[in-house]
Design a protein around this ligand. Structure first.
Ligand SMILES: NC(=O)C1=CN([C@@H]2O[C@H](COP(=O)(O)OP(=O)(O)OC[C@H]3O[C@@H](n4cnc5c(N)ncnc54)[C@H](OP(=O)(O)O)[C@@H]3O)[C@@H](O)[C@H]2O)C=CC1
Ligand SMILES: O=C(O)[C@@H]1CCC=N1
Length: 274
């Protein structure tokens, strides 16, 4: 892939995941700079990945050809206005937003009318090269910029373009936020395994290895539907059937639909507020 000079503004969890995945995929460390107000996360990134770091956003942006906007949504307007006030010229730079709940139109306003923007929605498994990223850009964004963003996110996982911007909010519900759903489910299972007598380590091992195996079964068997994979485990009159019956009787489908709709609703609410 093309190795543009890349700046991350905000060095939190998601930046760390992307930087780790990029470095593992061979992106040159000296092409990446991260900016953050406080030092500890920067020091950890420099030590772990050999990238350049600064506490000065303007310094990072000035050196970059592409800038990943990776602050919390609520910080975005202030961060960009301070950057512009400090004299940043965005003219020739591609902005890549990873923020939930900020539309491209709003980003354009925040960035002083700059329109070279791709909006993305990655997730934290990017850290391991197992990310899932949704991408959206308005029609005027050049093919080369789209390709760069796609290749960047492919370096840390899989990608999916959405045609309508609201598709990004659906990606949040199905992928961006979704690692946390699986962790929550695994927490509940591990807690129950502990209560049944396993040590914390053994409970985690049982749940972790099973989740890993199940996800790999899905990935390795594209010819089988998710339902077929479930049915392969579910012997008639057996133990799994009883467990599945309880999940269904307790409204798992409705619960999941409700949770995903809540994530979308919150993303849309942020889009109205910010
Ligand atoms: N976490 C996730 O799974 C995902 C997050 N996202 C998006 O990524 C973005 C970042 O989220 P996440 O990494 O979780 O959040 P974090 O809070 O972990 O990281 C945000 C970072 O931004 C820094 N920061 C705050 N103000 C500024 C500023 N003015 N200039 C530069 N840096 C600043 C913070 O520094 P300090 O802590 O020192 O104040 C912090 O390190 C959000 O917009 C979120 O919507 C998208 C997909 C998934
Ligand atoms: O919780 C959030 O708002 C961010 C966006 C997707 C994952 N984390």
């Amino acid at each position: 892939m093309e190795h543009r000079k890349l700046a991350f503004i905000g060095a939190g969890n998601m930046s760390r995941s992307l930087i780790s995945g990029l470095i593992q995929s061979g992106y040159p460390a000296d092409c990446i700079i991260a900016a953050n107000p406080s030092r500890p996360k920067l020091d950890a990134l420099a030590a772990d990945f050999g990238i350049r770091t600064t506490q000065n956003n303007l310094e990072a942006v000035t050196q970059a050809e592409a800038v990943v906007l990776a602050v919390k949504p609520q910080m975005m307007a202030a961060m960009l206005s301070e950057l512009l006030a400090a004299g940043a010229t965005l003219g020739d730079k591609l902005l890549i937003s990873i923020a939930a709940g900020i539309s491209v139109a709003r980003l354009e306003q925040m960035a002083g009318g700059h329109t070279r923007i791709v909006r993305t929605m990655p997730n934290t498994p990017s850290l391991l090269g197992l990310g899932m990223t949704g991408l959206y850009a308005r029609p005027h964004v050049a093919e080369a910029d789209r390709a760069y963003c796609q290749h960047m996110m492919e370096a840390v996982g899989k990608t999916l373009w959405v045609d309508e911007e609201d598709g990004i909010n659906q990606v949040i519900a199905a992928a961006g936020s979704a690692p946390a759903y699986f962790f929550l489910f695994m927490e509940a299972m591990a807690r129950q395994a502990e209560q049944s007598g396993f040590s914390a380590d053994d409970a985690r091992l049982l749940v972790q290895q099973t989740a890993l195996g199940a996800a790999n079964m899905v990935a390795a068997n594209p010819q089988l539907s998710l339902s077929q994979l479930r049915e392969q485990v579910t012997s008639k009159g057996g133990t799994t059937a009883e467990a599945i019956r309880r999940f269904n009787d307790n409204g798992l489908d409705r619960l999941v639909a409700d949770a995903m709709a809540a994530a979308v609703a919150r993303a849309r609410e942020l889009e109205r507020q910010l």
